[in-house]
Design a protein around this ligand. Structure first.
Ligand code: ZN
Ligand code: FE
Length: 255
């Protein structure tokens, strides 16, 4: 099976992703932050857009749906429980459903919290997860429509994927996320080392995405409410993990 991911910048800090199945020529855009940039990426590779896989309805994720569908006649896939907010949706999916892009298969995970209808796409055979605005490198999405409990449940679902899974998030927020992460867990050596590496990558204009789930588990404060240092810094030693997560998210909102 031939799986290619082309990653490129869109808008101010979004990433666009094209997932290409060389065996059949099928190509999916993960979200549609910017139709012009996606069209340019397709043209540069001679690829034809066959699918759009939406993670959620926000404009920087579904704003290009209609222009791309008009040009390519592609199939738009999105969450059944958010169908009325996904422009041009053709195929409605729910947790556990399998989405096909040519011969490639992705499993749908419902991961609400940032929005009520947020989903992720997990390509198990390729070890790649497209997580939208649920999990970021060293961060997680803001809770616009969900409760802390909902988001913590969603993050735990992602944490059950294999450690080596490549995590493709939708924004390059990593450097500012690192500053916050260091504020709540300054003695995490893996985090300190990662933050230095991130600074070096960004100084060269290089992306910090994708990361791996193992690296996120070791360094991302939103996956680490069990850290004694984070519990101490949120003044919640021994509290339920969801409370530590909620307080960490609240502190980030005001950081
Ligand atoms: Zn969003
Ligand atoms: Fe976004």
């Amino acid at each position: 099976m031939t799986f290619e991911v082309h990653q490129f910048s869109c808008l101010s800090d979004n990433y666009g992703y094209l997932v290409h199945d060389a065996a059949t020529g099928a190509t999916a855009s993960i979200d549609t932050p910017e139709a012009d940039a996606i069209n340019a990426a397709l043209e540069a590779r001679g690829w034809r857009l066959t699918h759009i896989l939406n993670t959620h309805h926000h404009f920087d994720h579904a704003g290009g749906n209609e222009a791309l569908k008009a040009r390519w006649g592609c199939t738009i896939i999105g969450a059944a429980n958010d169908a009325q907010r996904i422009p041009g949706i053709d195929q409605q999916v729910a947790d556990g459903d399998v989405v096909r892009v040519g011969e490639l298969q992705a499993r749908v995970l419902e991961v609400p919290g940032h929005t009520s209808g947020h989903i992720a796409y997990y390509f198990a055979d390729q070890g790649a997860a497209f997580v939208g605005d649920t999990l970021f490198a060293l961060g997680c999405g803001r809770l616009f429509e969900g409760s802390p409990q909902q988001m913590w449940t969603s993050l735990q679902a992602l944490m059950r994927l294999p450690d080596e899974t490549l995590v493709y998030c939708a924004h390059e927020y990593t450097q500012s996320n690192a500053a916050f992460a260091l504020s709540v867990e300054p003695h995490n050596d893996a985090l300190v080392a990662r933050a230095a590496h991130i600074d070096a990558l960004r100084a060269q204009g290089r992306p910090t995405v994708p990361s791996t789930l193992a690296l996120e588990k070791a360094t991302n404060p939103f996956l680490r409410p069990d850290s004694v240092e984070i519990q101490r810094n949120t003044r919640l030693e021994g509290a339920p993990l969801v409370e530590v997560f909620a307080e960490t998210r609240r502190l980030k909102d005001h950081f």
